[in-house]
Design a protein around this ligand. Structure first.
Ligand SMILES: [Zn+2]
Length: 709
């Protein structure tokens, strides 16, 4: 029956043959087409034809697995099976290169090298691709192992993933054993698009390529169009020169970057006739100018001794080969060393590794901590403690590790997340890219929740910053969020930094936070997925009270929540299940008892109460003091203690400082103002008295009040 379907096309005609014969023929054809497509960028068949042959080969391999070859072109699509990334030792250490940052630096390296080479040498300059270094081990002409650089001695075996990269030949003709070094990279024009689809975006194409190369399912690697340039080959029959090695790699089917140049330079007399020194300098300049227009990223050039026999004589230092140097385009700014990697447990239990680095100054600020996000991020960087790293400040906010400059050979190739929570000791659990502590009693999680609740953006409790919350937590005065409203703050008296004034201010801050709206309270509970936006959606979607939400949780009424546009079924399920948590329920009741708003209706009642003589909450006040820096001195009739006046400034967007400096814009001077008043006058700071201040607040004269209503 099979044969009766035979049409005019090649695959079916060939189905009369022995399947092995047809599989070999298809493999040969597809190998050629892949080479044309991925290496030469000159396909000779249509995509449809290619797909048809590919599907046919995959079909035959599934029918006759006994004939499937390990170097089959079908390996390119990867597999859905999980594979390990075991650590393997390199047969020859993969050392990093010594670096030079100027023409003169390169010239002095050339001088040293030419002197030690023992014979005349030429220099080959090639582009230093900013990708992921890989070592490919071929045995009997077949790719056996692909290993990341790691610490130079030990790397990770990523063979199934590398097999999905079309530019990497899976088998070679004419050569049996070969070791190839190359740089795997993601073309620049694909980075934005692919990065936008990643759950955790990467800082640059190199990190994305590296992360992709470390997927535990090769099918995920196959989805990203990685490619490779080969730049080093160790043949069993030694070649004489490096440019000859490159040609031979190309002949074997590797992609070789054609943008390299050979220079004949006499370093002792670089400007002698016949010396290419001027051409060499022009080449460095040209590369630096053209780098942005290339389809891949380069961070410099590599200059190598072209002759291989002198290379052997030159040998290696303990860190670098003596026969090559990296010329880097950028000066070494923001370079530091990782002293330690600490794991922080946040309020959701998520474990975030943070690098403690030797203090380094970038753009005027000193960096000592750099977040490393998660294990995947660290693995992509191949980072471990002791490594020298380049640190940047992207968008001038969060410092990030851009790359590892120099591995610490004594450390493991990649830092590993500890098995257990550093706070409570419970085993961490992996969910997606992140690790979590799932112990609800974990001190770090409880502290994180407290800190979150009191912080700006949530209840914004004045005078309850992280350090004060920490003191309260350690003293056992506040153990869960409802305790903020039950604690006896007078017990703080006597602790360092807690005088009667400070304690009074804390009490006031706590009292004031009772005015926060239901929306804010809902957000401050720290339920995952329930941020400000979702709180708004819930309230405007009919869930304007805690009671309503808790009832929906009891009924597990996911449909009611997911009926609201913007809330999906999964989110609905998560929120409702959080709201069924017994502890959270207890905390909610305690908060309600303390007078915290539990509905939009209650918000309105409170607002109405306020309008008839209550204190203003500060949430909707005009920010008339925005950008101003106030100092308050002396005593006042309407503000006792004077901290009350400071509060008024803060509520309207101003900053309050304790002494008058050149940066102070206003001095609020009460009666008995002394030296501060003099200083303010000498510095030309605006001086405001109590009456004027009251006018600014809009409560100076009765007619003003009338106008406002
Ligand atoms: Zn824990």
């Amino acid at each position: 029956m099979k044969n009766s379907q035979g049409g005019a096309d090649a695959a079916d005609r060939n189905s009369n043959r022995h399947p092995k014969e047809e599989m070999d023929r298809l493999a040969g054809l597809l190998r050629r087409y892949q080479h044309e497509y991925y290496v030469l960028s000159a396909p000779s068949v249509s995509d449809e034809e290619y797909d048809r042959l590919f599907e046919r080969l995959k079909y035959l391999e599934s029918e006759y697995p006994e004939y499937a070859r390990p170097d089959s072109p079908s390996q390119r699509v990867g597999s859905d099976l999980m594979h390990e990334l075991p650590e393997v030792e390199h047969s020859i250490p993969v050392l990093s290169l010594d670096k030079a940052y100027t023409d003169e630096g390169v010239l002095s390296w050339m001088e040293k090298t030419a002197g030690a080479a023992g014979e005349p040498v030429t220099f080959l300059a090639e582009e230093k691709i900013d990708g992921v270094s890989i070592v490919l081990y071929y045995e009997d002409g077949v790719l056996q192992r692909a290993v990341t650089r790691g610490n130079g001695y030990v790397g990770n075996d990523v063979t199934p993933n590398v097999k999905t990269i079309g530019a990497v030949p899976l088998s070679l003709h004419k050569v049996s054993d070969l070791t190839v070094r190359g740089e795997i990279y993601l073309p620049k024009d694909r980075f934005q698009d692919i990065n936008s689809r990643m759950p955790e975006p990467f800082a640059n194409p190199r990190n994305l390529a590296s992360g992709t190369l470390r997927r535990v399912r090769s099918v995920e690697t196959a989805r990203v169009p990685l490619t490779m340039f080969a730049y080093e080959g160790i043949f069993p029959d030694q070649e004489e020169t490096h440019d000859r090695v490159l040609t031979r790699l190309e002949e074997l089917g590797f992609r070789v970057n054609p943008r390299f140049r050979l220079f004949r330079i006499d370093p002792a007399d670089p400007s002698a006739s016949g010396s290419d020194w001027e051409e060499f300098k022009a080449f460095l300049k040209q590369e630096n100018e053209e780098r942005d227009s290339l389809t891949y990223e380069i961070d410099g050039l590599v200059i190598k001794v072209n002759e291989l026999a002198p290379r052997e004589r030159l040998g290696y230092t303990s860190h670098h080969p003596r026969w090559a140097v990296a010329y880097k385009f950028e000066s070494p700014q923001g370079i530091t060393r990782v002293r330690d990697i600490e794991v922080q447990i946040g309020r959701t239990g998520r474990a975030t590794p943070v690098a403690r680095v030797e203090p380094v100054s970038i753009g005027g600020s000193t960096i000592t901590n750099v977040t490393l996000h998660n294990q995947e991020y660290i693995s992509a960087l191949e980072l471990s403690i002791g490594d020298q790293v380049a640190v940047s400040r992207r968008g001038d906010v969060i410092p990030a590790v851009e790359r590892v400059i120099e591995k610490d050979a004594g450390s493991p190739p990649v830092w590993k997340m500890p098995e257990n929570c550093p706070s409570c000791g419970r085993k961490l659990q992996q969910k997606g890219a992140h690790h979590f502590c799932v112990n609800p009693d974990c001190p770090a999680i409880r502290f994180g929740r407290l800190r979150f609740f009191a912080a700006k953006g949530q209840m914004d409790i004045d005078n309850l910053g992280p350090e004060t919350v920490n003191t309260l937590f350690e003293m056992g005065l506040v153990e869960d969020i409802a305790d903020f409203y039950r604690a006896d703050y007078s017990q703080l008296l006597g602790q360092e930094g807690f005088g009667p004034k400070k304690v009074e201010l804390i009490k006031r801050g706590v009292e004031k936070s009772k005015q926060r709206s239901f929306r804010t309270v809902l957000t401050a509970l720290g339920i995952s997925d329930l941020g400000e936006n979702v709180a708004d959606l819930l309230i405007s979607g009919g869930f304007s009270s805690m009671e309503g939400l808790l009832e929906a949780a009891d009924r597990d009424d996911r449909d009611a929540l997911s009926a609201i546009a913007g809330i999906g079924p999964k989110m609905a399920e998560g929120i409702l299940s959080s709201l069924r948590d017994r502890r959270l329920r207890e905390q909610i009741s305690a908060l309600a008892e303390a007078g915290i708003s539990m509905s939009a209706e209650e918000d309105r009642r409170k607002a109405a109460g306020e309008a008839s003589g209550g204190e203003e909450s500060g949430q909707d006040l005009p920010r008339i003091f925005e950008g101003q820096t106030w100092c308050v001195t002396g005593s006042f009739e309407s503000f006792t203690p004077r901290e009350e006046a400071m509060e008024e400034v803060k509520k309207r967007g101003g900053r309050v400082v304790s002494s008058v400096t050149g940066k102070t814009t206003h001095l609020l001077a009460g009666s008995g103002a002394g030296s501060k008043l003099e200083k303010a006058r000498s510095l030309g700071v605006s001086v405001v008295d109590e009456a004027e201040f009251l006018r600014l607040l809009g409560r100076g004269e009765s007619e003003n009040k009338a106008e406002r209503q």
